[in-house]
Design a protein around this ligand. Structure first.
Ligand code: GLV
Ligand code: GLV
Length: 324
């Protein structure tokens, strides 16, 4: 008998086929998320769950799944919506999907920064509106990246990849990290305040934790340079959106590019009115390749735990395994 597994969202065809090869799969085969009641009911009796970053994987869900639940394979790199402590207490392995989305997310970060600095989205809106224009030396000017300083907040895998791409565009890269300067990288480390004061663009790549919630609020926005850009492809609540919606029209910073939002998918209304804001619907890892690779990692995690009784790659709470 194949172990029962619940998958909370439509997944790429190859991922679904792999899961169905190995498991008795129940799937919420749609892009909109299941209602909470559906999630709780459908998870019941599962030995494994594949969850998304919009699912609240809390103790209630783990309890609803029942005593046979052994593994939660989270279809994301960030696992701030998983109560890892509760899972550990219940002896449930949690895995995530790092690495395979690093380049996709780093590329998207540069795309957003370029889109903002070179006014691609604003230009597109202008052309579609039928705005009148002709080439002119002063028409719709942006700013270049070459020679500018990029401040990276959180130099993990994605932050490091963004640094490499930014350097290819001629940017100087500085960074700050919760854990302090890294001895294995040749980039300049600065405390957050100094980084904010000296960067032409600031890009967020740290996890969302109680310590990083609203890391970029009123004070941080004031510390930034008036010509600086803010890019967030990490997690929405790192930025105080209400403060951002005040700082932008006040000219405290020059623009913002956001792929993630505080109350996703809702966007603070004031931001929607501003030309110097680029908005994307959480597309950082959204390439066909990355999303398939993420799904295959989830399938592999379930296979390791449920069929091979082996510790899976990318386990977030290895202590569960050591405890046996
Ligand atoms: C996406 O935001 C992820 O964490 O994978
Ligand atoms: C711009 O299109 C140029 O040719 O300078």
């Amino acid at each position: 008998m194949k172990p029962p597994v619940y998958v909370s969202r439509r997944v790429p065809a190859r991922v679904r086929a792999r899961l169905e090869d190995l498991f008795e799969v129940t799937i919420h085969d749609a892009e909109p998320p299941p209602a909470r009641s559906e999630l709780l009911a459908a998870a019941t009796g599962s030995h494994g769950l594949v969850t998304m970053l919009t699912d609240n994987v809390d103790d209630e869900l783990l309890a609803a799944a029942g005593a046979d639940l052994r593994v939660v394979a989270h279809y994301a790199a960030g696992y701030d919506t998983v109560d890892v402590e509760a899972a550990t207490r219940r002896g449930i392995v949690v895995t995530n999907t790092p690495d395979v989305l690093t380049e996709a997310t780093a590329e998207f970060t540069l795309a957003l920064l370029l889109g903002l600095a070179r006014r691609i989205a604003a230009g597109d809106r202008f052309v579609r509106r039928g705005g009148e224009w002709s080439w002119a030396p002063t028409f719709m000017l942006g700013s270049g990246l070459d020679g500018r300083t990029l401040g990276i907040v959180g130099l993990g895998r994605i932050g490091t990849a963004v640094a490499r791409l930014a350097q290819a565009f001629g940017m100087r890269v500085v960074y700050t990290n919760g854990s302090g300067p890294r001895l294995d990288v040749a980039l300049e480390w600065l405390p957050l305040q100094r980084l904010l004061e000296s960067s032409d663009a600031v890009s967020l790549h740290c996890p969302l934790t109680p310590e990083t919630h609203h890391l970029i609020g009123r004070a941080a926005l004031r510390a930034m340079r008036p010509h600086a850009f803010l890019v967030n492809t990490a997690r929405g609540p790192l930025v105080d959106e209400a403060a951002l919606a005040v700082a932008l029209p006040a000219g405290e910073i020059a623009g913002a590019a956001l792929d993630v939002f505080e109350r996703e998918p809702e966007v603070t209304a004031g931001l929607l009115e501003l030309e110097n804001v680029v908005l994307a619907p959480h597309l950082g890892s959204a390439t066909a390749e990355a999303r398939e690779a993420m799904g295959m990692l989830c399938a592999q995690a379930l296979e390791s735990v449920l069929l091979e009784r082996q510790i899976p790659p990318n386990v977030v709470n290895p202590e569960v395994w050591r405890r046996g």
